[in-house]
Design a protein around this ligand. Structure first.
Ligand SMILES: CC(C)(CNC(=O)c1ccc(Oc2ccccc2)cc1)c1ccc2c(N)nc(N)nc2n1
Length: 329
């Protein structure tokens, strides 16, 4: 192949591989056998090796970045990462709903979005003209750590958006339960300290200074909020989530929209004993007023929005399985 043909082939391979990445890691719809995928990747690595000047940060071969960092830089969040006030029972949710209706001055049923609260690590991703630029931990809500290199290794994180937008999105990085169990099994074999739970394992993995280690930890990501100057044309939170999906972000599919807090309460009660069906840990549900107009009317307290609340599931009682103990009476 001459240079022009090679360039065309490189661009074709990048688009094909990114498409398969999107279907496999974002939509959980495998579209190609691993062997075929690896062949495409090997060809792209070989061709990029011949034309180094063509390699860009967006190429799928550049997910696992450079050399280990000495430390993480600090990042000032342009828009603070807020926290959520908590609800522990149905009554707390009804009181939240009443405060929302009073804040808006209506007796109408309020439309809420109900989302799983993933038990991971809050992160913020910044995109300029549709390209992933920087990712940071929440930190204290104003200042976090720059973990861009590690976040790039998460295959469901889009390096290029479907539209060239400059936006900031927030979400939860997490470790699926199976990956957590596999990681602890390997650590036990190496007689290394075990992680107590997937959340700690995800936090420990994202704080690795060497991106090659983060890349082996099978981390994943769900996005749940979009903030920033160039907000998408969406009048509601549920609309913004749908648009984020169209941009290529992985948004949790278990979200539901309800009119009135009673429907939210029943939905949450339905999930309380279904957590084990999920491939990841959740520690509750997040209930948000759907209308952006209502969110603007309600505003924020010093540290959290008045239009959202986190319902925390009761901590799963530490069920210690008494194995192989013969009880003779
Ligand atoms: C609602 C929000 C707090 C995100 N929103 C923000 O962080 C946020 C931040 C500034 C905003 O606007 C401001 C702009 C400038 C100044 C102050 C606020 C708006 C939203 C939040 C927090 C944690 C969540 C979680 N664990 N799971 C799910 N599913 N959703 C969650 N949602």
């Amino acid at each position: 192949m001459d240079r022009t043909e090679t360039i065309a082939r490189i661009e074709q391979l990048r688009a094909t591989i990114e498409r398969h990445n999107y279907l496999y890691y974002v939509k959980d719809e495998p579209s190609i056998a691993d062997y075929e995928y690896d062949k495409l990747m090997q060809e792209l690595i070989r061709l990029e090796g011949e034309f180094q000047e063509l390699v860009t940060a967006e190429s799928p071969t550049q997910r696992v970045g450079g050399t280990p960092l000495a430390s993480f830089d600090k990042v000032e969040h342009r828009i603070p990462m807020l926290s959520l006030s908590n609800a522990f029972n149905a009554q707390d949710l009804r009181e939240f709903d009443r405060r929302v209706q009073q804040g808006i001055g209506t007796e109408e049923l309020i439309r809420y979005v109900c989302e799983l609260k993933i038990d991971g690590l809050a992160v913020s991703l910044r995109y300029e003209n549709g390209r992933f630029l920087q990712g940071a931990t929440r930190g204290d809500g104003r200042t976090g750590e720059d973990i861009t290199q590690n976040l790039r290794t998460i295959r469901s994180l889009p390096l290029v958006l479907k539209q060239p937008l400059s936006i900031e999105v927030r979400g939860e990085a997490y470790m699926p339960r199976r990956a957590f169990e596999r990681l602890n099994h390997e650590r036990a074999e190496r007689e290394e300290a075990l992680f107590a739970n997937p959340r700690n394992a995800a936090a420990g993995s994202l704080r690795q200074l060497d991106p090659k280690i983060a890349a082996e930890r099978s981390l994943d990501l769900f996005l749940y909020s979009m903030v920033g100057d160039e907000g998408l044309p969406a009048a509601s939170h549920s609309g913004a989530l749908a648009l984020m999906e169209e941009l290529g972000f992985k948004v949790n599919p278990e979200r539901r929209v309800f009119d009135g807090i009673e429907a939210v309460i029943s939905f949450i009660e339905g999930w309380t004993d279904r957590r084990s069906e999920l491939a990841y840990d959740i520690d509750g549900m997040v209930v948000k007023v759907d209308s952006f107009a209502y969110q603007d009317e309600l505003g924020f307290t010093a540290k959290s929005p008045r239009w959202a609340i986190a319902y925390k599931f009761p901590a799963e009682e530490a069920v210690t399985v008494l194995r192989d103990i013969e009880i003779t009476v």
